[in-house]
Design a protein around this ligand. Structure first.
Ligand code: ADP
Ligand code: ADP
Length: 224
């Protein structure tokens, strides 16, 4: 299964104010859209969910296990595309993913087949041997998804993936995430409402570190 439970999660940066307070929420399979203006706390929350930071209050559980105390079960099944994901422009897509597989400790023998599967999954088989420097922004983001898929994750965290993409690339990216969310929990942060209004199975709306709404898009409209 793929269930994340957040219970009273808070976070304060050293010497700063509360970047998150009292965030309680259950997330299950499908696309969860995390919405909010800049500074709302989306990236902070995603770093906590990706076990890159520990909550300073409350707890997060993945399938019933505390992710701060025992991060490994989640890390093994986590794919993360950070907002500032960069690629090596001189490498081909295939070379870059093979390199990342080696860094992640996948054996070279298994890696080659897995890299090709992931490139196929994101629609980049044809472009596998082209240099990343020649890729469009949308293609580069799909390479970012391909690297996040290398370990066949059940939880996929994607931070503001469509910034700077044109409408056609955004649409393609949305379809890709919908396909991936069939048997995964996909958490997508964005401030572009059209990225998620059609595809999200649930929404979490944040402002100033607090959760303003969580529920289905239908419930949000009914609330308004
Ligand atoms: P969002 O991703 O929604 O734009 P962030 O999680 O980046 O929001 O930021 C939430 C709050 O935490 C903001 O007030 C931001 O300035 C602050 N913040 C983010 N990163 C740091 C940091 N490294 N140190 C101190 N404050 C930070
Ligand atoms: P976002 O809001 O989309 O997360 P930002 O531009 O706010 O992006 O943050 C970029 C980087 O700067 C992040 O690594 C974040 O942790 C850091 N940062 C953001 N706000 C602060 C802050 N007030 N003090 C220190 N670092 C910050």
């Amino acid at each position: 299964s793929c269930t994340l439970d957040l219970d009273g999660v808070g976070f304060r940066y050293k010497g700063g104010h509360d970047a998150l307070s009292e965030v309680s929420l259950r997330l299950e399979r499908g696309i969860v859209g995390l919405l909010g203006p800049n500074g709302a706390g989306k990236s902070t929350l995603m770093r906590i969910l990706a076990t890159l930071a520990k909550p300073t209050r409350g707890r997060v559980q993945w399938n019933g296990e505390d992710t701060a105390r025992r991060p490994d079960p989640l890390r093994r099944t986590l794919g993360y595309l950070p907002q500032d994901f960069g690629v090596y422009p001189m490498l081909s897509a295939r070379e870059f993913l093979a390199y990342l597989s080696a860094v992640k400790g996948v054996s070279a023998k298994r890696a080659a087949a897995r890299v090709d599967e992931c490139l196929a999954q994101v629609g980049l088989s044809e472009a596998a041997d082209r240099r990343l420097g020649e890729f469009s922004g949308g293609m580069r983001q799909r390479v970012g998804i391909a690297q996040a898929l290398l370990n066949d994750p059940k939880l996929l965290i994607v931070d503001e993936p469509t910034v700077g993409l044109d409408p056609e690339e955004r649409l393609r990216f949305r379809h890709l995430l919908s396909d991936l969310a069939v048997d995964r929990l996909v958490i997508l942060s964005t401030h572009i409402v059209s990225d998620i209004e059609a595809s999200a199975s649930s929404l979490a709306i944040m402002a100033k570190g607090r959760l303003l709404f969580s529920g289905t898009p239908e419930a949000l409209i009914a609330d308004a």
